[in-house]
Design a protein around this ligand. Structure first.
Ligand SMILES: C[S@@+](CC[C@H](N)C(=O)[O-])C[C@H]1O[C@@H](n2cnc3c(N)ncnc32)[C@H](O)[C@@H]1O
Length: 245
């Protein structure tokens, strides 16, 4: 950890760059009514925890899309270590350009990443790239209840004002041309194990870093973790399991 890039300093060598677990990824995969998919695209794959889980389970090549090359390099390395490098093809590109690169996608799998271009915008943008009756499994931070602790509401009003309820996101999906088959909310422990439990001590250690950008990023991360601790399950990461209408 020798540079001043806050992303590298906080996330270097991490397998998970967001909440999630292989068992949840595979549970959601199992919710699809079909188990054979030819063209699979994992958008915003990061270091590719779920890319590897999908490739290994389906024994089918997965196109792994991310705009940050170091994450893709990490994924390639992990794929080699797992002996499945032949099942992972990385693409360093903007996920918004997926329709220009891929056609007739059978399974589009953006886990914890669609928010980068906005959930509604992402679903509309990707629609033309998904095959007729193909599947899109997209996870999105969502309100789970109406009664939200005040400081939690305030935190997200500033940090993610576009956050919607599950019902609102279902409507967004329908308006974008998908049928929502089912949803799945990540259990609380998948935020902590291998994610917040690694990030928290790293962020604490960076609070007195020389660079203010790094210090601020570390402080924001710690505030996010604190808010999670007092969230009373008012929000969560929800998978929307969709089929192109
Ligand atoms: C919160 S991380 C989640 C990574 C991974 N899906 C996971 O759960 O471990 C979001 C990822 O989206 C990528 N990303 C952000 N904007 C992007 C864009 N416009 N196109 C492609 N990837 C993008 C980031 O580089 C990062 O890897």
């Amino acid at each position: 950890m020798s540079d001043f890039n806050p992303i590298n300093l906080l996330f270097e060598d991490m397998e998970k760059l967001g909440p999630g677990s292989n068992s949840d990824t595979l549970k959601v995969l199992d919710m699809l009514p079909k188990s054979v998919h030819e063209v699979i695209v994992d958008a915003g794959c990061g270091a590719g925890r779920h890319t590897l889980a999908l490739a290994n389970e389906l024994q089918t090549p997965v196109h792994a899309v991310d705009s940050y090359e170091p994450f893709l390099a990490s994924l390639t390395q992990r794929a080699k270590e797992a002996g499945i490098e032949h099942l992972v093809q990385t693409h360093c590109m903007d996920m918004a350009d997926i329709p220009n690169t891929f056609r007739e996608i059978d399974l589009l799998w953006p886990e914890g990443a669609a928010y980068n271009i906005g959930f509604p915008h992402a679903l509309k943008t990707w629609h033309s790239a998904v095959k007729s009756s193909g599947f899109a499994v997209v996870s999105e931070l969502s309100w789970l209840r109406d009664d939200v602790p005040v400081e939690v509401r305030q935190f997200f009003q500033a940090g993610y004002p576009d956050m919607r309820s599950v019902n609102e996101n279902r409507s967004v999906a329908q308006d974008a041309g998908y049928n929502v088959l089912t949803t799945h909310t990540l259990p609380r422990e998948t935020w902590v194990e291998g994610y917040y439990d690694i990030l928290e001590p790293r962020a604490k250690a960076l609070l007195d870093h020389l660079d203010k950008v790094v210090r601020d990023f570390a402080a924001e991360t710690l505030e996010e973790i604190r808010i999670f601790g007092c969230s009373e399950d008012s929000y969560g990461y929800v998978f929307y399991v969709m089929q192109k209408a």
